[in-house]
Design a protein around this ligand. Structure first.
Ligand code: ACO
Ligand code: AKG
Length: 372
């Protein structure tokens, strides 16, 4: 994996927004695009121009911002969709075609040839107008492998610069992903992009397996938002590449929490405290054994430093805390206790934590300390 450069194509503004109940307004789309650009995300799938109205307006306004990130519009294999992308000022388009027989039956009269015909027409239309064309195989994971390869090779031959492998309903595991993506990589010269869903909690693992297999572009969404169970989270992919595969992305990871907060606010959905990388508990330690370890050396219970993603470490006192953490917190407030006293404070902490069903504030803890 040495010297591999992985391209992050974030689709928060397209697949992310497709999550049921999420609808960004124009200003929110602009703010999210600008922040993602400023932390160094390489490419942004900014939306679906064919939707028209506010969607087209926000894409047009994003296109005028002069961002460093490349901008991509999502299209069906329809000439009118591609024209809508051009009208928004985009010069890079993504054309999606269904590739599994399940999808082809529902959308293209069960005719594989119609998939190829519509794709060829769409690519030709876009290329004739000077656009860069990326192609997506919707439901690649359930497609007949030889037809999937035929579509991808045809896309390459007709002028596409990239083929997106989509695990549309999130049914792959990393081993199967690796096999399927390796097969494509070995037969194509254009870039393969991973697009995974989290229906079985495999989105990150399958994205990384795809990278291991030779995909060099990946789709992400901030906080993992997206259709049904969501997509591979930007923050997890970037940190996974960095720490599990030693692949830097050039993205300013110190601002990942800031990005997560902006998107959470715009979606109106909170981030769960235990959400990997950006959840507020990711660097919080309450349990006695953990806190004791962290007080000696933080790497005992942290995979990387909180500052790396814009968090701070928090040591909180609650039901599971032990003497070492309690003594350390009290010491910071100039309080020293004897062994007998500390045990009785610990008992009181446990009782109060169960009663209030949370950890204690510092004031609550201090109120439990016997006055001298
Ligand atoms: C896996 C994915 O995430 S794919 C992306 C899905 N995203 C979205 O659907 C969000 C945005 N979508 C929309 O705003 C609307 O669905 C629009 C504007 C794209 C289309 O709206 P409508 O014209 O009302 O059609 P509707 O959504 O009901 O049906 C989809 C149509 O697209 C067709 N279609 C679906 N996929 C493709 C494709 N890849 N290429 C060409 N046509 C396609 C369907 O067969 C259907 O065609 P029909 O109207 O001739 O029967
Ligand atoms: O880009 C495509 O082809 C489809 C992408 C997608 O959202 C999916 O397959 O889940």
């Amino acid at each position: 994996m040495n010297n591999v450069v992985i391209h992050i194509n974030d689709t928060t503004l397209r697949d992310g927004e497709q999550a049921a109940g999420i609808a960004f307004n124009v200003e929110e789309k602009i703010a999210i695009a600008s922040l993602l650009d400023s932390i160094g995300v390489h490419e942004l799938e900014v939306g679906i121009p064919a939707m028209g109205h506010e969607e087209a307006e926000s894409i047009t306004r994003i296109a005028k911002l002069g961002l460093n990130a490349k901008l991509l519009g999502w299209n069906r294999a329809n000439l009118s969709d591609i024209q809508a992308s051009i009208d928004c000022g985009l010069d890079r388009v993504h054309v999606s075609v269904p590739v599994s027989d399940i999808q082809i039956a529902a959308k293209f009269k069960g005719q594989r040839q119609l998939v190829l015909d519509k794709l060829r027409d769409a690519i030709n239309f876009a290329c004739d107008r000077g656009l860069s064309v990326s192609v997506g195989g919707e439901d690649s994971s359930r497609a007949d492998e030889s037809f999937l390869l035929e579509v991808a090779q045809s896309a390459q031959e007709w002028g596409a610069f990239r083929f997106r492998f989509c695990d549309t309903v999130g049914i792959l595991d990393p081993t199967t992903t690796y096999k399927k993506v390796s097969h494509l990589v070995s037969h194509l010269s254009i870039v393969i992009e991973m697009h995974t869903h989290d229906d079985f909690g495999m989105a990150l693992a399958n994205t990384l397996a795809g990278v291991k297999a030779g995909a060099i572009s990946v789709n992400t969404t901030v906080n993992g938002i997206g259709e049904r169970a969501g997509n591979a989270p930007l923050e997890e992919v970037v940190m996974g590449l960095k720490y599990l595969y030693d692949i830097p992305t050039g993205i300013d990871t110190k601002r990942l929490v800031e990005v997560s907060r902006l998107v959470s606010k715009a979606t109106n959905f909170p981030v769960l405290p235990w959400k990997a990388i950006v959840g507020e508990n990711t660097f919080a330690h309450e349990s006695g054994i953990h806190a004791h370890g962290v007080l000696q050396n933080p790497i005992t219970y942290e995979p990387f430093a909180p500052e790396d993603v814009g968090w701070e470490r928090r040591l909180v006192v609650g039901k599971h805390s032990g003497r070492h953490l309690l003594l350390s917190v009290l010491e910071q407030h100039g309080i020293t206790l004897g062994q007998a006293e500390i045990q009785s404070v610990l008992d009181a902490v446990r009782h109060q934590s169960v009663k209030t069903k949370r950890s204690l504030t510092v004031e609550e803890l201090l109120s439990l300390v016997p006055q001298r």
